[in-house]
Each structure stands twice: as structure tokens, then as C-alpha cells.
Design a protein around this ligand. Sequence first.
Ligand code: OOB
Length: 542
Amino acid sequence: MTSTLANGMPLSWAQRYRDLGLWTDETHWEMFCAAVERHSRHSRHSRHSGPASPAALDRSRSVSWEELRRGAELASARLAREAGVRAGDNVIVQMPNCVAYLEVIAGIWRLGARPVFALPAHGSTELRHFAEHAPARVLVGPTRPGRRGQRTYDALREQMPELQILGVDHKASDPWEAEAAAGELPEVGAAQATDLAFLQLSGGTTGVPKLIPRTHADYLYSVRQSLTVCDLERSSVLLVTLPASHNFTMSSPGILGAVLVGARIVFAPDTSPFTILPLIEAHRVTHAAMVPPVLLSLLNAPEVAEHDISSLRTLWVGGAKLSATAARRVTPELGCALQQVFGMAEGLVNYTRLDDPEEIITTTQGRPMSPYDEVRIVDDEDQDVAPGQPGHLLTRGPYTIRGYHRVPEINARSFTADGFYRTGDIVEQLPSGHLRVVGRAKDHINRGGEKIAPEPVENVLLQHPAVHDASVVGVADEVLGEKTCAYVIPRPGRAEELQNTTALRAFCRERGLASFAVPDIIRVVEEFPLTGVGKVSKKDQR
Ligand code: OOB
């Protein structure tokens, strides 16, 4: 008899959150089906004739709510038939932003199985780690993953022949056509609301990303709670421009929030202003989530003036610190509201509220979205700091995990004995409860919202025959917030080989490093600065 859920939540706490009415008995598949029923009924009542208005669309497809559910059923049939996916299995999903992405994850939930949310930029190193650690024996990706993606999958086929890679032709007008012809649907897999729903990825401080176990009950609560502090509703149009599988895009209030309220979902293939401005205009987009660099590129794009973006109502900006300067430009220049979002895949999400004073909206990262979120700000000895003073942010609550997936040693460090998650963020709290992020204790690099752990990058650099030692740090960058800078010490007599940094970066890519983790800057040096105890002083390198 285990005494905790997959997310580390003690059963007594799970019962408490259920008694409070925060957690329900619904799984993601049940939520999805109930939502499709509601929205289809609504659109039957409100339209007299003609086709149902689209629920979700991308460059090649536009589908109604019912078609979306049908797509999910067929996706589940394909996964079951071709890869034998069953209840309790983990399935790595590495899809671009598209309608089929949503069908695939809903299809996985239909089987009672669990998506492992990889990002399109992940290379073979990360994917292999997910497959081994989750564990997962199936990966779903695009049929034509591009040159880099193809190399990644070729490498995986060689290194992990037991991993089955299933291609989905997301650009086809009907990716599930063949499946529809194949016949019967598999049964809906058994799953409970308190079961593991999926594995999300952490920003990570050491090594490859840790896997974050979220249950149906805790995650769906976080989506519903997000909706109570956001203005997303049935008539809204959500633009999905960050990678769909990121926690921010999924649930704050994100794709799942849109499914719950019946808002239209428009998938953008990338984040460039050239892509998103025409989409905002064409689909009368009202809401979008962005990391600060994407917001900046939008604010600074001369093309903004050429597009009618008057439909925009609210932009959610988070994932990394937004400067007050940029925050102040949003409403005057884009004509919409700004909500800052300070969240983490481990749980806690803070929002500025739409009716907060402007000063709060532009200079804080919001306050916890749930009255049941517990927040502590402590010094290095875990003692509470005086009000207003900066300290380490610890948190516990109805949708924050109490432990990572299968790493007891790391969990002992990342959580307090009474179950608070050590976020690694340094914050200060205003009397109003709003948090301001002032720094980070953990040493990962935040490259415009993409979190990069230095260690795996260093490990790859160290594989180069001319590299003696490598140390990777984040350096301030105006656009991205931070860039990665690698300091490398050459082996004796081989400095010459490292002069061509392009070749060294190509080497990183070949070794399967995620594209965003390949160092932006490479500096060849003779030695590293050291701290008092002889450790490399990353502080000085920065
Ligand atoms: C979101 O989630 P993750 O898991 O990729 O990264 C979490 C970390 C936080 O611990 C913090 O260091 C940083 O990203 N962060 C911010 C921030 N939002 C996240 N730092 C400063 N200001 C912000 N607004 O990034 C995430 C998950 C859900 C919603 C939004 C973002």
C-alpha cells in the first residue's frame, strides 16, 4: 500500500484537496469529452445552418469540436494498433504546434496512457533520457521532422532500436484517414483522477531535464483556477505560438483552458512576428502566451503597423523575467491588457490580475492564483526572511508536486521535509502578496524562457578531442534575457583546433544537443577563475 500519489502527494493531503472541492474525479479524457459535448450542443443551438465554426486550426486543417474528438479517437486507434499502447504506458510526444498534436495527446489519454511532453528542439540526448527514465518505448513525432529532426531520429533508431518511432503526417488534410478505414476503436483505458496524467519537463538545474509527474486531478484544478483569474471565454481566440507542450502553453490557461471554455485554438508554427501578425489579423486572435523575447520582437517589429491587431485583448507574458520597460509598452503600443505569469512546470503559477494597478502589473510577476497555494520566502537556513526582504521561494499547494519522477536523491534536496518545493528562485513579496523575481539560486540558464542546464552542454563539449575543460554560464542579453556562453580550455598544443567556433557548435549539434542549448558564445581561455574552495567560479565567469 503506497502512502503517496505519483506526484508525491500524501494521501491525506489528496483527500483534503478533494474535500475542499479543488480536485474532482475527472480525468483529462473525461474532461475533453464533456467539453466537446457542451461546445457542440452550444454551436448547434446558436447556428442556423452551415458548417460548425472551427474549434482548432493550423495551416492545413480546420476542425470542429466533434471532429477533434474523432481525431483523438483515431489517434488512439493508431497508437494501439501500430505500437500496442495500453493503459499505464508512457508515450513521448514530440510534435510541432498543430491540430494533430492535440489529437495525439487526447488519444493517449483516451487509452489511459501518459504523454511525456518533449519539445521539438530536443535532441537524441534528451529523448533517450526520457525513454529510459520514464520509461517509454514509443515516440510520436512528425513524419517529416526536417533535416535536424531526421538526424535525431536516425541516431535514436541506432542507439535505441527498441524505441518505436511513430510518424504523424500533421500537414495532411486528414492525418487519420488510413486509420478511419482500418476499423474498430480500442476501448477507453482505465484511469483515475488521482493517477499520473503525464510527465512534464523541468527547467532542470543539473543534468538533463527531470520528469515532473502531474496527476489528472491536480492539473485540471490548475487549469480551472487559471480560468478564474483570466478573461478567456467561449468567444475568445487563443493563439498558440510557444511550443504547445510547455506547461505555460498547455495550462496557463492555455490549450486546456481553451478546451474547457470552448475558445477557438489557432496553432502558429513559430514565434516570429512575420508568422503571428498575419494570424492575429486573419483569425481575430484575442489571447496569446509569450516569453519576453517574443513580446519584444512583436513590440519592435515595424510590421505591427501594417496589421490590424485590434482584436487582441490580453497577452500573458512569463517564463522569464519581463523588464518593466517592456511591460509598460504593451497596452499603449499593442492596445491590449498584459498579465504577467510567473509559473513552473512543478506547479505554482502566479498571475498579475487584470484589475491590479498598472504599477503592480508592470513591476511584479503576480501573486499565487489559488488561495490554497502556500508560499514561504526563506534565507539560506530555511528561516523566514523579514517581510519585503529577498529570499528563496518555497511553495506547496494543491497543484504543486511533492517529488520528481523516480529520483529520490534529488527529491531529498529539492523538497523540504514538510513537502515544500524549493523553486530555486529568489523573490521578494509586496504587502499585497505580489512577488517580484529578483534572481535565481539554481545555476540553470534562462534563454528567453528555454531553461538550459549547463552540465549536459559541458559534457558534450568535453567529448571534443581538443577540449580539456568546459564551463557554461548564462550571460545577460538584451533580447533573450540570457545567452549561453561556453568557456573552454584547450588541450595542450590543440588551441588552434578550437579557433573555429562554428565547427565546435556543429559538433554540439551532432552530439544531439537541443538546438537552443548549443552555446551562443564560445570563449577559448587558458584557465577558469576559481572560488575559495577551488570550484570554478561561475559567478566570475558571468
Ligand atoms: C515556466 O515553467 P518552467 O518550468 O519552464 O520554468 C520555471 C522557472 C521558474 O522557476 C523561474 O525561474 C522562471 O522559470 N520563470 C520566471 C517567470 N516565469 C518563469 N522568472 C521570472 N519571471 C517570470 N514571469 O516557465 C512557466 C510555467 C507556467 C506558466 C508560466 C511559465
